[in-house]
Design a protein around this ligand. Structure first.
Ligand SMILES: [Zn+2]
Length: 144
């Protein structure tokens, strides 16, 4: 495992929508986990310069890392606003509206899984990165 350099806004890579992830992901996953260790709740591959639909989330309420491979949010419930920070925007936190409960598909598990609260928020944050959206752009958007 190795710690990778985290790209910062306004790096144009962070504004691109990522293509579907194909093939194995263990190596990049280990690097993402190593890179975000002790500094964040989640990290998406484009934040380390890899344009592919892969991200990982690990919050205080998720014991195991949540591996998002080609993730898809298939259902959403409730809304809440809270402060969010991003490793690509150091020193900034913004009030962001998110869904409170989401149902997510990932190639890393079968079917869909339900997430709530801070974990749901972190997953939405990382899914936004896969679309090239950082919190400085999300702040102006309605939920969809
Ligand atoms: Zn972020």
């Amino acid at each position: 495992m190795s710690k990778l350099k985290i790209l910062k806004v306004p790096n144009p890579i962070l504004r691109q929508s990522c293509p579907r992830h194909e093939g194995s992901y263990q190596q990049i996953l280990n690097d993402l986990l190593d890179t975000m260790k002790d500094i964040g709740y989640g990290l998406a591959a484009p934040q380390v310069g890899v344009l592919t639909r892969l991200a990982v989330v690990r919050t205080s309420s998720s014991k195991e890392p949540i591996v998002l491979v080609n993730p898809e949010i298939i259902n959403r419930l409730g809304r809440s606003s809270a402060q969010e920070a991003c490793l690509s925007l150091p020193g900034i936190s913004l009030d962001i509206l998110r869904w409170e409960t989401i149902f997510v598909r990932s190639d890393a598990w079968m079917g869909s899984r339900r997430f709530h609260g801070i974990t749901a928020r972190a997953i939405q944050h990382e899914c936004d990165h896969l679309e090239g959206i950082c919190i400085d752009e999300r702040i102006a958007r309605e939920l969809s």
